[in-house]
Design a protein around this ligand. Sequence first.
Ligand code: IN0
Length: 413
Amino acid sequence: MGSLAAVLRHPDDLYPLLKLKMASRQAEKQIPPEPHWAFCYSMLHKVSRSFALVIQQLGTDLRNAVCIFYLVLRALDTVEDDTSIPTDVKVPILIAFHRHVYDREWHFSCGTKEYKVLMDQFHHVSTAFLELGKGYQDAIEDITKRMGAGMAKFICKEVESIDDYDEYCYYVAGLVGLGLSKLFYASGTEDLAPDSLSNSMGLFLQKTNIIRDYLEDINEIPKCRMFWPREIWSKYVNKLEDLKYEENSDKAVQCLNDMVTNALMHVEDCLKYMSALRDNAIFRFCAIPQIMAIGTLALCYNNIEVFRGVVKMRRGLTAKVIDRTNNMTDVYLAFYDFSNILKPKINKNDPNATKTLSRVEAIQKACMDSGVLNKRKSYIIQSELRYSSTMIVIFFIILAIIFSYLSSTRASK
Ligand code: IN0
């Protein structure tokens, strides 16, 4: 019902939604016949729907490498997240994970739902890993080793300072950026990107997830760890969980805005990274999650709902982003548009208003300096406005028809 109402409110979502549905069906039909690859791709579809779709467009060898990289990282994450595993058992598993991927016999039962299946049947992932080219295997092994060690370091360490926050995000997401850049390079289609830019790509996505998932994470049972740095939240409340209580709404929104402002710092690096990509499939694969992230931040900024429920981009807008992101012009337009949604939400009484505004303006300047913005109107927001006026016209036409029908039936009585 909710999605029907959303489509009625945004009728131009319908076409991209149908296209996405068909692409998703098509991708599910293209699951390879070999049992280990079939397991890996169906697992990928289960744990990440839109990611599984964009991955599908990569060339076969790179696609297989990214699929395995993704599942290995998810498995590592499942071990890190499972609070029922005692630390003295967990730490050696995280540290040795890069060696387990070479061992077809290895498995460790943990996690829940689809992640439990992934862990129980991890031999399919290692069998597929062993079929990848050496360049891909080395990149996955290296990143898994560094990430496992970083996760182990943070098992007993709280995220206190902003430096800790950046360091934690580097281990769990920045390294994913470094690894993907290595895989793209190994595929022979891209130059090796500078580590600092690859890191920013991961940090921007991960910080957005950490902001968006505040309520889900704080309410998790058994208690999970939180990643909002004390250096930020302690300016507003005494305990991180106090942000969710109604009496602290003003402070909560100010803290949220501080977190969003911190995440925005990575945008210029991300634009630089994407503008250097040559291969169209790799470009789309990288750009779609980035646009989703800036869209999510624009939605979360100054929004108390982050502390009350789920704040996510509607499915139709996601479908539009997937459908309409094809080149750097689209990326600049989307970043410009979403910053324009965020900008008027900046309240001059917010303690970080000046900082936020200068970050937003720096992003808009980077988009403007690309020289492509004047050439085309935005694809996301302009069309939203156009369609909402279309909807008003349609509404009045329907009203006129009903009115004339009622008047004619009354006249005939
Ligand atoms: C990712 C990233 C990802 C994709 C493309 C390029 C990247 C460059 C640098 C770093 C990460 C990059 O994308 C996924 C996106 C994803 O999974 N989206 C979910 C939706 C959601 O809201 O979570 C979906 O269902 O589609 C991502 O978030 N991460 C990720 C993990 C592994 C790989 Cl190989 C690529 C997770 C993270 C922690 C942000 C890096």
